[in-house]
Each structure stands twice: as structure tokens, then as C-alpha cells.
Design a protein around this ligand. Sequence first.
Ligand code: NAD
Length: 361
Amino acid sequence: MSHAILLLPGDGIGPEVVGQARRVLQAAGEKYGFQIAFTEGDIGGVAIERQGNPYPDSTRHLASEADAILLGAVGGPQWDGLPAAQRPERGLLAIRADMDLFCNLRPALLYRQLADASSLKPELVADLDLLIVRELTGGVYFGEPRGIRELENGERQGFNTDIYSESEIRRIAHLGFQFARKRNKRLCSVDKANVLEVTMLWRDIVSEVASDYPDVELSHIYVDNAAMQLVRAPKQFDVMLTGNLFGDILSDTAAMLTGSIGMLPSASMNAEARGLYEPVHGSAPDIAGQGKANPVATILSAAMLLRYSLNEDRAAAAIEAAVQTILDQGLRTLDIATDDEVAVSTETMGNAVVNALLNNE
Ligand code: NAD
């Protein structure tokens, strides 16, 4: 069995963290009996420098041939002066649109060993394991009409349109139920159905889709209450299903519950489960090239890639267990080390995951 994985290291710490994730993927293949054919392409700032475009045709072609994609990060201060349409971040938007990646997965997982890093009390967040399933290509971020217009009295008025069709809601709802089925079988759908018609339809369609998944317990929550519950008692949630806007905000809130951006993976996928996997963090220009970056978010993104796009569930679980092992061993990069702990390098952290993966039962 051979899988084709496209690596897009990107900018800043991207190449450092993707380099470690690649070694972990290779080791997982050796242990679990599958081969990986890696290709590598440019995206973001490095693509602008080398090919004059943040998402060049060469990368688009490589993406179309890959089973899944692992991305580092894009962006950096040297490109901040460019017009919006030419900036590195455009590369990310372009590849998401190109592949129709409508489903964004943001797990918020807090390892017991790092519970002190959260801004919440350790007992509220220890062993937190929550998955936010966010619709990524619809809703108010893309709805038309939109703009800023001038009224007859000379005042300017800004406007956007929050819009979802039944089919857009249905396809993300199905994925939400399917992910809940793979976990603790509880799905909580977030809306504002007491005020917004678009989310009244959201609630209707999600309830309708629920009949296909009788083994999954469905609940509905208003977004304001969801925000409160996330910081009050986040462990009550298993899978949260949201539209684009609410998901953007709630997934960042959930991320902060874990206290450490260097540990958080994410995935965006399309209807064929082809996906783009990337750490939640950015290119961290302040520590780029210094061997200080935590590679775990990217390594856990690689685990998600194995599980969701390649169906290599055992290898994915083994990588996640290896991360547990190295945290138990006390390995910490700068971002997760407390004052009395010695921080190890990106490479040492990557080596430790590879060793734990190969040596764990
Ligand atoms: P950032 O996530 O890059 O960095 C925020 C802080 O967290 C920095 O202090 C950084 O050193 C630290 N940090 C981030 N990842 C880390 C890791 N793996 N290990 C240790 N420490 C880590 O966010 P920013 O500083 O706001 O943005 C920097 C650049 O990244 C900008 O150009 C921004 O546009 C871009 N960005 C890209 C993405 C993406 O590619 N998906 C996401 C966010 C930001």
C-alpha cells in the first residue's frame, strides 16, 4: 500500500516542523506496513520568492495528484507590505478554494501533563478532548451581496450576507455526525435560531440529518451559551458543529483552553475526504531558524492526515500515544516548558516522538 503525500513546508518555522512530521510519518509507515511517496511544493512567501505567486500552478498540479497534504505555515514580516491579493496568506485561501475544503476540523485536546498551561483551573480542562467541526466555505464570510455603500444622506453603510443553502448545511452535518460516531457519539450543533433565519434552517436540516444517525445523541445550543459553556465546563462537549463565523470564534476560544499553540493540529477536507492538514499556529518569525519551534502540532496534524484521509487509524493512534509518552518523559519545547524545565530543540522533540513510536507496544 502506498500513499502520496504532498508536503508544503511554507515559511518561517514551517520547514522545521514539517521536517520532523515527515520523519514521524516515515517511521509510522515502517511500523504499520505502508509506504509513503512524498512530494514537496512551494506555498506562501517562499512561493512568491521562487515562482512569483503564493499558490503557483506547479503546486496546484502537485496538490491534484496527492492523497493528502501537510502544510507548515505561511507569512512573515518581509511580505507584510504587499497588496492583499499578493500576500502569502492568499496561497492558503487559494488552495482551500481550489480543493473545495468545506469542512474544518479543530480538535482541542489538553494533555494532563500540560494542564497548568491553561488559563482555566486544571481540573476543568485536564483530559479535555473536544472536536469542533466548522463549515469553511459558506456563510457570512462568502455571502453576497457584501460591501460598503454610501446612503443618500452621505453616511456609509457596511453590509454582509449570512447565507447557507440546504445542501451546504446537509453535507457538513453528515460529516459532523460521522466524526461524532468515531468518538463519543455526542454532537452539539451551534446556532442562533432564536434570531437568525439562516440558523433556523441550519437547525432544521441538522435535525433532519440526525435521523440517519440514531446512535449519535444530538443537542442544539445558542452560540452565546456555547461561548459561556466553553469557558465554564468545556469537558461537557464531544463534537461541536458550527457554521463558518461561529466556528471561527469558538475554535480559537477552545484552542486557548489548551494554553499552548504549539500543540494544536487542524484539518480541512472536501467531500472525498482529501484534505489539507496543518498546525493551528503561524510561521512564528520570531523563532524561525533557531530550532526552538514545537513540532508537535504538525506531528499531530500528520496523525489526523493518516486517520481521516488515508484510513491508517492504528498508525494515527500510535503517533498520538507517542506524543503522550514523550510528555510523560518530561520533554518540553520552549513554548510548553515551565520556568524550572529545560527546553529541548525541535529536532530532539521530533527524535523523541519517532523513538517512542517505534518502541511503544
Ligand atoms: P504565530 O502563531 O506565528 O506566533 C505567535 C506566537 O506563538 C509567537 O511568539 C511564536 O513564537 C509562538 N509560536 C507559534 N508556533 C509555535 C511553535 N510551534 N512552537 C513554539 N512557539 C510557537 O502567529 P503570529 O506571530 O501572529 O503570525 C506570524 C506570521 O504567521 C504572520 O505572517 C501571520 O500572517 C502568519 N500566520 C499564518 C498562519 C497559517 O499559516 N495558517 C496562521 C497564523 C498566522
